[in-house]
Design a protein around this ligand. Structure first.
Ligand code: ATP
Ligand code: MG
Length: 327
């Protein structure tokens, strides 16, 4: 495809994120339906061209578990990235619509994400860096694919400059300033799988062990995150967050709760698939192995592809196409 903005007809808004917005479009000359991601980049022309060059690697990414790439172009002041359109949207939208996802389907999600991550790393030495339900997409054929991986270092830098928000899938070692590795993606996968299976973000309310989040003191290493002293206002912020179920972290004036959450991830035991006995033991064990807090103990995506729960998903005859036709 030789993509030009004039050839793309807007059909529908698909969503907005931190980095930009995504639209369903038609490439009129070829009648191809695509998803067009528009990223506002406040950077010099040389940097923008560098980003385009880096995005080019995506042309060589071919896997059934990775969103296909049609091309990218500059459209002042934006960068537009055109990719395969997934007509059932992302898994966060799906569980918010239909409720907690069947654990059998969650097993297929684990398999697909691990295959995608292993492909990206083994073939291209790419680390995803942003595994979360909104970056795992589904279509009506029942295919599950990952998108928004960190191919372009310059793009990551440019977005990071303007980044405000929830880093809530971030591993403990990342919060403490360590390098990204494939194992950081594994942590994010573990958190995402719990979220899908429970139908809510795992660090949000009704965690029986988490008696009072605001009791945590600033034990992060100096210089990572400055933690302001606690005030009465912080306590009411905490209450607001509990009332409104985790997702409210994105609301305005919630910075204190984000810091609390980051502290919680670093200092407290990792979340688990609970209550015990509700899910298959293999699923519990898989999630536990994604969420070892020490990255040296945590496995790589490739290792985890050998986990019994993933073997089960691979061997299962569960029909994802039929499942996807129910919503
Ligand atoms: P963040 O910016 O924090 O990564 P996000 O992933 O939700 O959050 P975007 O990547 O901008 O933000 O995506 C916005 C929404 O667009 C997603 O939640 C998803 O539902 C939808 N979307 C993204 N890519 C596609 C695609 N290829 N096909 C269909 N829907 C898509
Ligand atoms: Mg995204």
């Amino acid at each position: 495809y030789d993509l030009r903005n004039e050839d793309l007809k807007d059909l529908q808004e698909l969503g907005q994120g931190n980095g930009g917005s995504v639209k369903k479009v038609e490439h009129v000359p070829t009648k191809t339906i695509m998803a067009k991601k528009i990223v506002l980049i406040d950077a010099k022309p040389s940097v923008r061209k560098q980003i385009l060059r880096e995005l080019h690697i995506m042309h060589d990414c071919h896997s059934p578990y990775i969103i296909s790439f049609y091309g990218a172009f500059l459209s002042d002041p934006n960068i537009c990235i055109c990719m395969e359109y997934m007509n059932k949207g992302s898994l966060d939208g799906i569980y918010k619509k239909i409720g907690a996802i069947d654990i059998e389907v969650v097993g297929h999600v684990a398999l697909a994400v691990l295959e995608g991550l292993t492909y990206l790393y083994d073939v291209h030495r790419i680390i995803h860096r942003d595994i979360k339900p909104s970056n795992i997409l589904c279509n009506s054929q029942g295919q599950i694919k990952i998108c928004d991986f960190g191919v372009s270092g310059e793009l990551i830098n440019s977005i990071a400059d303007t980044f405000v928000g929830t880093s809530t899938y971030m591993s403990p070692e990342r919060i403490q300033g360590a390098q990204y590795t494939v194992k950081s993606d594994v942590w994010s996968l573990g958190i995402s799988l719990i979220e899908l299976a429970l139908g809510r973000f795992p660090f949000s309310e009704s965690d029986p062990d988490d008696s009072d989040l605001s009791d945590f003191e600033g034990t992060l290493s100096p210089g990572t995150i400055g933690l302001p002293p606690k005030t009465e206002k912080d306590k009411s912020a905490k209450k607001d967050r509990r009332k409104s179920k985790g997702v409210s972290l994105q609301g305005g004036g919630m910075m204190m709760s984000i810091l609390e959450l980051l502290q919680h991830i670093v200092n407290e035991p990792a979340p688990r698939l609970t209550p015990e006995g509700r899910f298959p033991e293999e699923a519990e064990d898989f999630v536990d192995s994604c969420l070892f807090k020490d990255p040296d103990v945590r496995k790589t995506p490739k290792d985890l592809l050998k986990h019994p729960w993933v073997d089960q998903a691979r061997a299962s005859t569960f029909d994802l196409e039929t499942w996807a036709s129910t919503f």
